[in-house]
Each structure stands twice: as structure tokens, then as C-alpha cells.
Write a protein that binds this ligand. Structure first.
Ligand SMILES: Cc1cc2nc3c(=O)[nH]c(=O)nc-3n(C[C@H](O)[C@H](O)[C@H](O)COP(=O)(O)O)c2cc1C
Length: 194
């Protein structure tokens, strides 16, 4: 049994991303994992101010949802980043959340090339939705995920579901007309299957 924390970064509580995250959660729960979903709408996390106080042992001065989330982030075996594609890249809510990882960094006496600190992170996964579904639709966002979240912060990537073709936000979410809810369910169910 693993602890899975889903960070749901869409503004639409029942939109494409929320449905994708729910399907993933259903699969993971069915496989026996403990799943918690945190919405960044209900739990607003602002971008990093760059004050650097956290680098001098002080808690983050911002009074938003991030500090209370830190124990959950550290305890999770897997953090699932779920968000929609906005202007061909990751949406701003999830970017703000990731920026605040700065506060979790720990000193590293022997950092690998190109990294200055270490992060006590485990596994991660990516769930994204978008209106388009071309072969290049998610290129920017996946590149950011691989570079910042996996290579720099140091998460171990467990995979992704890139759910394109869910329609734009002008009207009802269309993700149920694609095969991606089933894919997300399977992904959640098989995440830790040998
Ligand atoms: C501000 C904004 C920018 C968007 N940019 C893109 C985009 O660049 N490419 C794309 O395919 N869809 C884009 N979309 C559509 C959403 O990614 C898509 O409808 C998504 O599934 C919405 O997820 P949600 O229902 O969870 O909000 C955009 C939507 C919004 C609101």
C-alpha cells in the first residue's frame, strides 16, 4: 500500500482534469493504495516571492496553503501532478505550487552536476488534459516536467497520461468521449504492480 497525493491544478472542479484525476484515484484505490486529492482552487498556493528566507532556516513567510501541505508532500510515496494545458505549457497554478518546493530543499554536501541542493522526494506521475490532441500538443509541458520535476527536483517518474481532445473550456467537458478516463484508471491501478 502506497500513499498517493494528487495535486489537482485545474480551476474547474468537474472539468477534464478533475475527471482524469478521479479516474486515476479510483484505479489506485482499487489497487489498495491510500489516495488523497488536494485541489489548488480550495487550497491556493501563490508563486515564490524569492525572499530566500527559507534558505536561512526560516519557514516560508507566505500565509497560504503551501506550508500546511509540506508534511503531506514529504510523506507521499507518489505525487501526481494533474493540470490542464494552458498556452501550450503547464498552467500557472501548478507552476506556482512547484516554485514553492524551494522551501523544501535541503543542503547537499555533494550535489550532482547542475543541482545545488537536494529534495526529499519519491515518485511522481503526470496527468494532463488539453483541447488539442496533436503529436506535439504536450511537448512543452512534458519537457518542463522532465527537466524541473524529474531531473532537477529528483522525483522518480512513474509515467503519464496525456489526455488531449477533451474540448475547450467553452462548454461541457468532453473527456468522457475520449478513452483517457479508462487509461487513467488503468494507470492508477497498475502504478505499483510488479
Ligand atoms: C487559458 C487557457 C489556455 C488554454 N490553452 C490551450 C492550449 O494551448 N492548447 C490546448 O490544446 N488547449 C488549451 N486550452 C484548453 C484546455 O487545456 C482544455 O480544455 C482542458 O482539458 C481544460 O481542462 P479543465 O476542464 O480541467 O479546466 C486552454 C484553456 C484555457 C482556459
Amino acid at each position: 500500500m502506497k500513499k498517493i497525493l494528487i495535486i489537482q491544478g485545474s480551476g474547474r472542479a468537474n472539468g477534464n482534469t478533475a475527471q482524469l484525476a478521479r479516474s486515476f484515484a479510483n484505479g489506485a484505490e482499487e489497487a489498495g493504495h491510500e489516495v488523497e486529492t488536494v485541489s489548488l482552487i480550495k487550497n491556493e498556493v501563490k508563486g515564490c516571492l524569492g525572499c530566500n528566507l527559507c534558505r536561512y532556516g526560516k519557514p516560508c513567510i507566505q500565509k497560504d496553503a503551501f506550508n500546511p501541505l509540506v508534511p503531506k508532500i514529504k510523506e507521499a510515496d507518489c505525487i501526481v501532478f494533474a493540470f490542464p494545458l494552458h498556452f501550450w505549457t503547464i498552467s500557472s497554478r501548478i507552476k506556482a505550487f512547484i516554485e514553492r518546493f524551494y522551501r523544501i530543499a535541503e543542503e547537499d554536501d555533494n550535489p550532482p552536476y547542475g543541482r545545488y541542493e537536494k529534495y526529499p522526494m519519491n515518485d511522481c506521475a503526470l496527468l494532463m488534459s488539453a483541447a488539442d490532441d496533436n503529436f506535439w500538443t504536450f511537448e512543452n509541458a512534458v519537457s518542463y516536467y522532465r527537466m524541473a520535476i524529474v531531473r532537477y527536483i529528483g522525483f522518480n517518474d512513474k509515467g503519464m497520461v496525456l489526455a488531449g481532445g477533451g474540448g475547450d473550456t467553452n462548454g461541457k467537458p468532453q473527456i468522457d468521449k475520449t478513452g483517457y478516463l479508462e487509461k487513467a484508471y488503468r494507470f492508477g491501478k497498475d502504478l505499483y504492480r510488479g
